[in-house]
Design a protein around this ligand. Sequence first.
Ligand code: CA
Length: 514
Amino acid sequence: MKPLIIQINPQDNVAIIANDGGLLAGTEVGVGLILRDSVPQGHKVALVDIPSDAPVLRYGIPIGYALKEIPAGSWVHERLLKMPAARDLDNLPMATVTPNPLPPLEGYSFEGYRNADGSVGTRNLLAITTTVQCVAGVVDLAVHRIKQELLPQFPHVDDVVGLEHAYGCGVAIDAEGAEIPIRTLRNISLNPNFGGEVMVVSLGCEKLQPERLMPAGSIPINDQRGEALDVVCLQNEAHVGFMSMLASIVEQARQHLERLNKRRRETVPASELVVGVQCGGSDAFSGLTANPAVGFCSDLLVRTGASVMFSEVTEVRDAIDQLTARAVNSQVAQAIVDQMAWYDSYLARGRVDRSANTTPGNKRGGLSNIVEKAMGSIVKSGTAPIQAVLAPGERLKQKGLTFAATPASDFICGTLQVAAGMNLHIFTTGRGTPYGLAPVPVVKVATRTDLARRWHDLIDINAGRIADGQKSIDEVGWELFHYLLDVASGRKKTYAEQWKLHNALVLFNPAPVT
Ligand code: CA
């Protein structure tokens, strides 16, 4: 087996061992460089002697400082590194290196569903919104019946989705931060893939009353038709027995399904794509293969005029100076700082910081700490100027690249990106996760060929071919771009869709529960 090591930046004093299974001590990995230790795949080897206290450089920046002298050829793992402190939020470079707008990329389109509010869906789904967890069991059974009894009559509707969640009652609904789960839920109901057909199932006595969740004027399609909010209330006196509740939900669903079933796909420009990117189960290859390919694809999307969101505050916190510098103007740079400052104080309430992010799997995969993870994570955002910033649960209004501030938690980030209005989701993974979402197609990109081979019916795109030397970052980026257009058009289904692998919607509620 030919030793394969990858150095990202010429300044780096470490490189990654790329071979499957790692390499044994004594292996010559470069001219005069012999491994002193056995090094697992994805882990770092010292290219030169690194003195005690000297910076360990990856991506050209210090990911840590040597706790003792590290001789060339050593395995550089997290126990040898002292993590740098988080960058202060004062005196950051604000919109100092804003890149020029990328050259337009024209002539790309997909087949999508146009909505009354101007957004475009990639799927035609009936969503049933719930105000409170109390109704979840009833809605679950109702959805099951709708799928069995009604859906076959409406062949142009792809599926029925119950929007179950843990919020709605037993919560301090007027506390600071409570607006986040409420607007998240509201904006999820308005996701482009639901066609503007909002129906709500409520218990009756809950704190989150239907009118508070969906105030008058929040549903564009209802305004056009002069319709009131469609609510099935389980405590309504008209309901006698459980079957009566189910019958009400099924009957209301029929009306929405009839309208959804009349919709047809039409050719729309690629600029109507709203793509959320995130990673989960990252390893040291994430920043070498999958994330750079996604970053290349993100630039292609921005060039078509599409919207791209990147997120995960704790995974970009250590690259804050790169983000503020790339902002389109100082207001956007300040909005990035404000979101980071809010999150710093949120974490401080639990007496932790961004270093609480990394998982045992990240470390086994070769990521020593959050700084190293962040430098690999941020490349998903490509090179475009950052046009806008969203607070958690807000809906996107802007084309181009947006920083949507969310936790890095896969399901919470995905839920907030659904609320922001994404109609396609790109998810990169190194360790592997079967992640999927019911409202939006999820395209999974593997960082390593070994994972793509073992999870051949879960991973959609194998970016590990970049580390294998078979494909370039650009080639995988283009492949992903074309695949996205096929998935958006319904010509292809992702593995998560084929298997109906759907993670729960998980609302971000920083406010107290009662
Ligand atoms: Ca994540």
